[in-house]
Design a protein around this ligand. Structure first.
Ligand SMILES: Cc1cc2nc3c(=O)[nH]c(=O)nc-3n(C[C@H](O)[C@H](O)[C@H](O)COP(=O)(O)OP(=O)(O)OC[C@H]3O[C@@H](n4cnc5c(N)ncnc54)[C@H](O)[C@@H]3O)c2cc1C
Length: 428
């Protein structure tokens, strides 16, 4: 038997494992090594922050997506290209020989982009991060409602989001929606004291799409009293404030950071050709100068034959690359020629909260409620597994008629109690 080993069970890795399974000759085993045993549907992560969806709605188990792959929930530590082995660990260390190897490990949040970020800012890269931010929002409302000082109450209910790209805009919109709906349940918190401030270093929001839609989002946010600060670069983060490069300090009870990514440590392998921290590939996604080694998704720098540029780090490209690579790997193991990746992106969409979204589909620009319905329909189609589509549809419908869930999800476990053994109880 021969082994195709895929590192990373995200958009790219999971799709590849699913698509390649019916294309390889029978003597091939497919191994999918991933730190988590599920795919996280990241575009909906801001919705978890705003309690619009539950975490289970945006996580799909790998074992249900790629049924024929051998899934190992492990963290890859190193690769020996000479011995052709991958080294990993979970509770114990292990190794796996490979004949073909695929890097699909994505990127991680860079929490060291500026001083104080690691200590005082909340990143948004995992479902755990999203739930933590949601809890923090509720914590702050609970603290504010019992605080005697009006100034301090206002401070507690001020939220700063750093980054005006897709995830920053969507997070700011979700925060604002949640605060406006939740404030009615907190007697001492005033609506006008709940502030969401969005800091962006560029001169317009959503630089990934057309200027017109970016400006429209800005106007929309201003109408809803979300404070948008453009051309504003954060220099340092302190316990309760962000210091800007012009020396100004903006105070807030919570600071969320949606910018900055880093490659995973094991990718910094000297044998791998890298540029900007990503693995450099040829047009067919084979790693430059290496035989039987491939890379795709956010961890790779893949040229797009359609425009000659490197592919952007988006879910859409990760998915398309995976489908394409499944064919290339199947061709390669049979000694046939591979093809260069070429894809015209369909478009981009961002939900801006308040049942509105902006979308750019080919040359069409759509915004407002129509954009929002389109955004929801698109994600409903894309979310993996039928079970999740149904759950997501029901959850969204439910949320249209009922108030948001403001329960604090305390992750508290029962602690050992030394006094318990001395108390007489009747167990019958
Ligand atoms: C908050 C947020 C919002 C986003 N919104 C959008 C959007 O609206 N539209 C869009 O197109 N894109 C969006 N993206 C980007 C999109 O999610 C990524 O481009 C896409 O996930 C890339 O897929 P990938 O498979 O390369 O990486 P990922 O999906 O990140 O998957 C990487 C996988 O590798 C695994 N892994 C990492 N290290 C190891 C290791 N050492 N050992 C084993 N496994 C490992 C991880 O556990 C994970 O399963 C968003 C991203 C974020 C964070």
């Amino acid at each position: 038997m021969k082994n195709l080993v895929i590192i990373g069970g995200g958009f790219a890795g999971a799709t590849l494992a699913k698509k390649v399974q019916c294309r390889l000759p029978p003597e091939w085993n497919i191994y999918l090594l991933s730190e988590t045993n599920f795919v996280t549907y990241y575009p909906l992560l801001p919705e978890v922050v705003g309690a619009s969806v539950l975490p289970g709605h945006i996580q799909a188990p790998l074992r249900q997506i790629a049924r024929h792959a051998r899934i190992r929930m492990v963290k890859v530590d190193n690769i020996d290209f000479e011995q052709k082995k991958v080294f990993y660990h979970n509770n114990e260390a292990g190794e796996l020989p490979f004949d073909q190897l695929v890097f699909a490990a994505g990127v991680r949040a860079n929490t060291n982009m500026m001083p104080g970020m690691q200590e005082y800012a909340l990143p948004l890269k995992t479902v755990g991060d999203a739930l933590y931010i949601r809890n923090q929002m509720i914590d702050r409302m609970e603290q504010a409602t019992i605080h005697p000082e009006p100034y301090h109450r206002k401070h507690l209910t001020t939220f700063i989001v750093i980054g005006g790209g897709f995830s920053g805009v969507e997070t700011a919109g979700e925060l604002d929606d949640f605060l406006k709906a939740a404030v009615h349940y907190y007697k001492n918190v005033r609506l006008e004291d709940c502030r969401v401030i969005l800091l962006h270093s560029g001169d317009r929001l959503l630089p990934e799409i057309s200027e017109k839609l970016g400006r429209k989002t800005e106007r929309e946010f201003k109408k809803r009293h979300i404070e948008v600060r453009l051309n504003t670069r954060a220099l340092r983060i302190e316990a309760d404030r962000v210091i800007l490069d012009n020396g100004e300090a903006i105070t807030a009870g919570t600071i969320i950071c949606t910018i900055g990514t880093l490659p995973h440590g094991f990718i910094q392998n000297d044998a791998l050709p890298r540029e900007r921290g990503k693995i450099k590939t040829q047009g067919d996604m084979s790693v430059t100068g290496m035989n039987g080694i491939w890379a795709l998704g956010d961890c790779a720098l893949v040229p797009n034959a359609r425009d000659g540029k490197f592919c952007p780090a988006t879910a859409q490209f990760a998915d398309r690359q995976a489908r394409f690579l499944a064919k290339n790997i199947a061709a390669s193991v049979r000694g046939k020629t591979t093809r260069n990746f070429s894809f015209r992106p369909i478009g981009l969409m961002a939900s801006t909260g308040h049942n509105k979204a902006v979308a750019e589909i080919y040359c069409f620009r759509i915004s407002g409620l129509v954009g929002f319905l389109l955004w929801r329909a698109a994600y409903l189609i894309k979310v993996p597994t039928l079970a999740r589509k149904v759950r997501l549809y029901l959850e969204w419908t439910w949320a249209m008629f009922f108030p948001p869930d403001i329960a604090h999800l305390g992750f508290k476990r029962t602690e050992p109690d030394a006094t318990a053994s001395n108390i007489e109880v009747d167990n019958h």
